[in-house]
Write a protein that binds this ligand. Structure first.
Ligand code: SF4
Length: 388
């Protein structure tokens, strides 16, 4: 699949750059090169005075400096003439989002609350392992879906993140960790999970544009096999995502009966379990080597019985699946408690005995409010208190 369309100077007017996501309602300013794809960078070079016949080359060079080298100033871009660098500097910036808060847990988990130019904030979390690590990024500011176990669901949706803001989360994390230029291997940001704030399939166009930049082998270079998109079940977009992006899929399932899932994950009222699982069976990018992950948060006496586990096994029949059991990470005012260790182990054993891998996720970063949305709520409260 060609993810980056070819640049054709003739049919792409320079003004296209002003269509870059991130204007007044977006977070990164419209003249910021961060988040632009090759076509947009080529058009930016033309806007800065480059000859249209050189645009494609300049777009490629800018792409390399931004996403392979992590350049934070035009002066670093030594393969581009001084003259053009000066003109780019006059017209464009390379500004990252600000950081309202950055916390590091005793276990190494690091969490950023990023602040965009319009003052909106979103979270990114890095979960390091010994020789790799996953970065969990957000796709929206807040979320409309009000899943009853999720802290982000208590924050009203403010807006979608732009493609630039989604890409910028990775760049800020790489700046902090010092992972420039893009290493060939032994990366500490080896995997990306779209599992932070928001429902990525309700912001699909921006997510697609961002992932196209992120997956490009000449830039940030994180392959589709190392990217997982987690959805609560926006069924009509699931097939499109598999066909166009081919990333791994995770489903926030959390319940095996529609009555309960209607409460835990209310989008279930629109796309019930049967339809969701059919979309999983049809997902173009799944096979035995790339199983679909079913996320299942363990809520005490709510969804954690042996009968629930057996029903889960029945539902998953015929789907290349693995199950992630997530001990509930309580947040202040949460209406649920975490299942007991005994209930979690019983549930895991039933699913495992049926042939599905069912690891229990080890809680990470509990000392830094790592449950999705908590850091943002704390920041909003602190600002309210400061202005009172
Ligand atoms: S679990 Fe995901 S989809 Fe549901 S409210 Fe939270 S962020 Fe939104």
């Amino acid at each position: 699949m060609t993810l980056v369309p070819e640049y054709r100077a003739a049919d792409r007017p320079a003004a296209t750059v002003s269509g870059h996501e991130g204007g007044p309602e977006g977070g990164l300013s419209a003249n910021n090169l961060i988040g632009m794809d090759r076509d947009q960078l080529a058009a930016a070079a033309v806007m800065a005075g480059e000859q249209p016949r050189q645009a494609r080359l300049r777009g490629r060079q800018l792409f390399h400096w931004l996403y392979h080298r992590g350049a934070t100033s035009f002066d670093e871009m030594t393969t581009i003439s001084k003259n053009l660098r000066a003109r780019l500097k006059e017209k464009f910036t390379l500004e990252r989002p600000g950081t309202s808060a950055c916390q590091q847990s005793r276990d190494g988990t690091r969490k950023w609350l990023l602040r965009f130019a319009d003052g909106q904030e979103a979270e990114a979390v890095h979960i390091p392992e010994e020789d790799r690590g996953a970065l969990c990024i957000s796709s929206q500011v807040g979320c409309t879906l009000t899943c009853s176990f999720c802290h982000t669901g208590t924050q009203r949706l403010v807006r979608n993140l732009t493609a630039a803001e989604i890409v910028a989360q990775i760049m800020v994390a790489r700046d902090t960790i010092g992972e420039w230029p893009t290493p060939k291997d032994h990366r500490m940001i080896s995997n990306i999970v779209l599992m932070g704030m928001g429902e990525p399939l309700l912001n699909y166009d921006n997510v697609r544009r961002a992932l196209t930049v992120i997956m490009d082998a000449e830039g940030i270079a994180i392959s589709k096999r190392r990217i997982t998109l987690s959805t609560s079940g926006v069924v009509p977009k699931i097939e499109q995502c598999g066909r166009e992006l081919g990333v791994n899929l995770a489903i926030s399932l959390h319940a095996v009966h529609d009555e309960l899932r209607d409460i835990l994950v209310p989008i279930n009222k629109r796309y019930p379990i049967g339809e969701l699982l059919q979309a999983c069976r049809d997902y173009p990018a799944s096979n035995n080597a790339r199983r679909i992950t079913f996320e299942y948060v363990m809520l005490r006496d709510v969804n954690d019985s042996a009968a629930d586990a057996r029903e889960l096994v029945r539902l998953l029949r015929g789907i290349p699946a693995k199950v992630n059991l997530i001990p509930f990470n309580p947040w202040p005012g949460a209406p649920y408690e975490c299942s007991t260790a005994k209930a979690i182990n019983r549930f895991a054993a039933i699913v495992n005995d049926a042939g599905y891998s069912s690891p229990v996720r080890v809680p990470r970063g509990r000392d830094i409010m790592a449950a999705c949305g908590q850091l943002k709520s704390a920041s909003v409260k602190a600002r309210r208190a400061a202005s009172a």
